[in-house]
Design a protein around this ligand. Sequence first.
Ligand SMILES: Nc1nc2c(ncn2[C@@H]2O[C@H](COP(=O)(O)OP(=O)(O)OP(=O)(O)O)[C@@H](O)[C@H]2O)c(=O)[nH]1
Ligand SMILES: [Mg+2]
Length: 278
Amino acid sequence: MGLFGSFLSKFSRNRASIEDIEEFRKLLIESDLGVGATEEIIDLVKKEKSENLENAVAQRIKSFLSDKPREISLHHGEVTTVLIVGVNGTGKTTSAAKLANFYKTQGKKVLLVAADTFRAAAVDQLVTWGSRIGVDVVKGSDNSDPAAVCFDGASKAKNENYDLLIIDTAGRLHTKSNLMDELSKVRRVIEKVTPVNEILFVLDGTTGQNGIAQAKVFSESVPLTGMIVTKVDGSTKGGIALATERELGVPLKFVGVGENIGDFKEFEPDDYISELFT
Ligand SMILES: Nc1nc2c(ncn2[C@@H]2O[C@H](COP(=O)(O)OP(=O)(O)OP(=O)(O)O)[C@@H](O)[C@H]2O)c(=O)[nH]1
Ligand SMILES: [Mg+2]
């Protein structure tokens, strides 16, 4: 049984001691749930009748979650455009490829755009994924304007009736305002061709509380519609994504659980909570 669940079942059997509560608090903080959520859960543990405790904690965690849709709704006969954004190294390119594969295996016609034009290696990385999964990739010449590559990709997707257009952007530090402006420009330019339906923020599950600040700044430049949390393998449970969703109301949509193309799933709140408890 996981630590979280074993604490809760202990608390529902016996009165929680001060030491146990402190240990539980430490565990919640280490899981990156954030101070606010941690204190709410600790208060429940102190107050709730023991036989209701697990249910009460599950309900409380649910109350942290957004009620915005988690599914990407594909519009029949039109291209659905997804922009992938985030700071450096969080797993954007891998997630773009995973997402492309996810829809390709559902029979959708998917186009990828390599808009990280600063590094030839970044373009090659996406092109390699594209050929492995059998998805077309649009790329520009080295150091070309990312917005121009996106424009070309959007035009191709629209003219050639793709179902889904997934655009991988360069990693950018949220503290660099010129890079954040570039992202707004990319969005504006794509929207000359077709609406941007989804802007997914890729959050590294191992990044700690700084993830919230990153997401906040990105959301000031472009309207985030969802998140992908990555590297939720090993001991990481993705608590930072929950904390970010609680703070910003941006729904977590997908979870990356490894480096392989299939290590990817839709986020299911009920499954997530029951995994915490088992
Ligand atoms: N364990 C694990 N590794 C992952 C996951 N997603 C991505 N990675 C790894 O994280 C590293 C960075 O992934 P990329 O997809 O290149 O990240 P990026 O955000 O595109 O990076 P930049 O373009 O440089 O900003 C690679 O070694 C990936 O294999 C995941 O879900 N689990
Ligand atoms: Mg990349």
